[in-house]
Design a protein around this ligand. Structure first.
Ligand code: KG4
Ligand code: ZN
Length: 355
């Protein structure tokens, strides 16, 4: 029997965002974001050209209590009104995960409320159910700075990873290309802005693994090709940078489009009675060239396309709270001994999570 509505406090500290949110899940399964506070640490890592784990962990320690207080305050709730506390327990940077999970355990103990340890990837995968009550099964393309995966979401806790990257994540490749061309962090938006000004046909960059049947990605060869082209031109001028970015982005777009078409074909053959839907998640979903290509691919395949808002695509705690609410509704909570884990593959995010 379905219980009454639940109000879940979510905590996210797996990378360089310190985030807390309140999400309400109605008895009918509808989600509502009550508050969603995200503090990016990007300025603290900028001078190092990437996320420094030690700095990230210290910053989470410094900010998390205040961010949680703001999430409660903006929602006009206090801890006694919360049904459960959900926190990302992995995968991610272990120092940050420990900060968030330990705080969540302390809050859960203080408020005598259940704890739900959440897999960060599952939080991204379940996002469309928060915003639109999407039924299983559906296909997810998760493209962020840390992850690149096709996931067939068959049910709650039932995920099949159909493809991943054998080297860099797509967002990471954007960030590395930005860095080698002297553009700022985060690299994705900077490369996209340059690409708009450039000529994509000037460089003939490789399309790694294109034409292969597997649904995996490989980005490091493409990144190396961009580096070599830049080295040959050195010193690169503004026009060169724009053309290099345009060529790089065009290669990524082509590979993402081809892989997505193949993944949708597999989905159609495995779930013939289901109207196929492709959900895009992760920070790279903000890229307009990639989004436009996915619109075409889904239209050709007769599939629906779901792109959550940029705030919900990037790392935030509302999606963690929602994953917690879904698990709670299914009767799954975690004991205080639940350990943070730097690695936690999505196909290991089973419902009976080990302690
Ligand atoms: O999901 P996210 O906020 O954080 C995690 O990595 O978990 O994603 C951030 C990544 C960064 O690598 C950033 O460069 C990339 O998403 N990104 C983009 C764009 N906006 C953000 N990549 C390409 N084009 C964009 N417009
Ligand atoms: Zn993420």
């Amino acid at each position: 029997m379905e219980q009454a509505g639940t109000l879940v406090l979510g905590i996210e500290t797996s990378c360089d965002e310190t985030a807390a949110a309140l999400v309400y899940r109605g008895a009918d399964g509808r989600g509502e974001i009550v508050s969603n506070i995200v503090r990016s640490q990007i300025d603290e890592h900028a001078e190092f050209g990437g996320v420094v784990p030690e700095i990230a962990a210290r910053s989470h320690v410094r900010w998390l209590d205040r961010i949680v207080a703001r999430a409660l305050g903006e929602g006009g709730r206090d801890l006694s009104e919360i049904t459960a506390i959900a926190a990302t327990a992995g995968p991610g940077l272990i120092g940050g995960l420990l900060v968030g999970l330990t705080s969540a355990k302390a809050l859960a103990a203080a408020a005598a409320r259940p704890l739900v340890a959440v897999n960060h990837l599952e939080a991204h995968v379940l996002t469309p159910r928060l915003i639109g009550q999407l039924d299983f099964p559906y296909l997810v393309l998760l493209i962020s700075g840390g992850h690149t995966q096709f996931v067939a979401a068959r049910g709650l806790g039932d995920y099949a990873v159909w493809g991943t990257t054998i080297d860099d994540a797509i967002g990471e490749a954007f960030d590395k290309v930005a860095k080698l061309l002297g553009l700022g962090l985060p690299g994705g938006p900077a490369v996209e802005a340059e690409a708009l000004k450039g000529d994509a046909s000037r460089f003939d960059f490789p399309r790694p693994l294109l034409g292969q049947k597997r649904l995996d990605f490989s980005l490091s060869g493409l990144k190396t090709a961009v580096r070599q082209a830049a080295d040959e031109l050195a010193p690169v001028g503004p026009g060169d940078i724009a053309d290099l970015c345009a060529g790089f982005q065009a290669a990524v777009v082509e590979v993402v489009a081809a892989r997505s078409a193949a993944a949708l074909a597999r989905f159609a053959s495995e779930f013939p009675e289901v109207h196929p839907r492709l959900v895009v998640a992760g920070g790279v979903a903000a890229n307009r060239a990639i989004a436009a290509a996915l619109e075409k691919v889904t239209a050709v395949a007769g599939a629906g396309l779901v792109v959550p808002s940029p705030v919900l695509c990037g790392d935030n705690a509302a999606i963690v709270a929602w994953a917690g609410a879904e698990r709670l509704a299914a009767g799954v909570t975690s004991g205080p001994e639940f350990a943070a884990r730097a690695r936690w593959p999505l196909d290991g995010a089973e419902m009976a999570v080990p302690g």
